[in-house]
Design a protein around this ligand. Structure first.
Ligand code: PMP
Length: 388
């Protein structure tokens, strides 16, 4: 897919290809509706936008403190207490350039050459590149469609003396799975028994439906002392371009991540930090409406995809839904995704690129539904022309 770049270190050669860049280019070329990349097509709450503009006018334009401003670190801690009863010391919160920087800094801080990290596949592709950057080795446990359940024996089998951490992502991209309490208890038991750390990516924490609840794994018994929790404002407030994220964990672990962050970007987005502090304190109605709105969109796209004959897999979180494309006569997700922009003007992404064992996801495609209702309706109408 990509050629060898003589300037690029060997362990990054495999990470040149981005399915999102590829498919977004295709969307532009074919004037398609882009249900590939996961970003909303509307702005976040007006009061949060105004708070950032005010912060610029008030002179928050120079380097903020490297760990993040106290107001935001405090707001993150209050948010964890309010939604999950999780007690976090604001001094153990590190503000980062998106969740992405927390994930990169955590991997670079915790993983050395030859250490292993266990991922649940399909996985968000950034995890794999961060592990490669750190010189680590990726191990995977497969989430199996249709319900994306996993076999706990597989997780036990992947643990070795070199396992540094298990990377959990719930609600899960790309499947839309929300890990249940029972599943997380099983993962926690393995982590505790083998004395390994857990890094948990919870950027979709406010997007759960069907009565499913997001449970931070750090709140399970024995987990606070071994878990780094990562999240971000991008998804929760529809502000993916602001790139304000954070992480928190036990004091020394947070310090370790901070040491790397300090030597990467030092500090992040001055005027956006006070605005996100306000966003985190928005009323419950904001968060409830966010989930209600996305749930209706999930239903709309799922019904549309089912109607054309795809096998849609249940998704109770995030803003993604996955479906098997073989009922429409396609052999694999990639050929479907390369064909439908031309056939009906819609772009989606194949999920096989998010697996180390691509056969598991060969015929599965992900659709992002975080779009305006009229855009989604138009996409469903266009997709309906694929009906046999
Ligand atoms: N984790 C997951 C699972 C994601 O889907 C994304 C964004 N697509 C990120 C992390 C990155 O978040 P941010 O934009 O805050 O860096």
């Amino acid at each position: 897919m990509s050629t060898v770049n003589p300037f690029l270190i060997t362990r990054m050669q495999d990470h040149q290809f981005s399915i999102f860049a590829e498919m977004s280019t295709l969307a532009l070329e074919t004037k398609s509706i882009n249900l590939g990349q996961g970003f909303p097509d509307s702005d976040g709450p007006t009061e949060v936008l105004d708070a950032a503009i005010q912060a610029i006018r008030d002179g928050h334009n120079q380097y903020p403190p490297d760990r993040g401003i106290e107001q935001l670190r405090r707001a993150v801690a209050e948010h964890q207490d309010r939604f999950y009863g999780q007690l976090v010391d604001p001094n153990d919160v590190v503000i980062s350039t998106g969740a992405a920087e927390s994930l990169a800094a955590a991997t670079l801080a915790l993983v050395t050459q030859g250490d292993e990290v266990i991922l649940f596949e399909p996985y968000f592709d950034l995890y794999a590149s961060c592990i490669s950057l750190a010189g680590g080795i990726r191990k995977t446990v497969t989430l199996n469609a249709p319900d994306y359940s996993f076999n706990i024996d597989e997780l036990n089998e992947q643990i070795t003396s070199r396992t540094r951490f298990i990377l959990l992502n719930t609600p899960h991209n790309p499947t839309g799975k929300v890990f249940s309490r029972e599943e997380m208890e099983q993962i926690a038991e393995v982590a505790i028994k083998n004395d390994v750390l857990v890094v948990t990516d919870e950027v979709y924490e406010h997007m759960t439906y069907d009565g499913k609840q997001h449970i931070p794994i750090a709140t399970l018994p024995g987990m606070a002392e071994r878990t780094l929790t990562v999240s971000s404002s991008g998804k929760s407030f529809g502000l993916t371009g602001w790139k304000i994220g954070w992480c928190h964990g036990p004091t020394e672990m947070a310090k370790a991540v901070h040491t790397v962050k300090q030597n990467l970007t030092f500090a992040s987005g001055a005027p956006f930090q006070p605005a996100i502090a306000e966003a985190l304190a928005l009323g419950d109605d904001y968060f409830e409406e966010l989930a209600r709105d996305l749930c209706a969109k999930r239903d709309l796209i799922s019904a549309g995809l089912t109607d054309i004959g795809l096998q849609v897999f249940p998704a109770s979180g995030t803003y993604y839904v996955t479906a098997d494309v073989t009922p429409l006569g396609y052999e694999d997700g990639m050929s479907f995704c390369l064909d439908i922009p031309k056939r009906c003007g819609v772009v989606a992404v194949p999920t096989d690129v998010f697996y180390d064992h691509p056969t598991a996801g060969k015929s599965i495609v992900r659709f992002a539904y975080c779009k305006q209702p009229e855009v989604l309706n138009e996409a469903v109408e266009r997709l309906s022309t694929l009906k046999a």
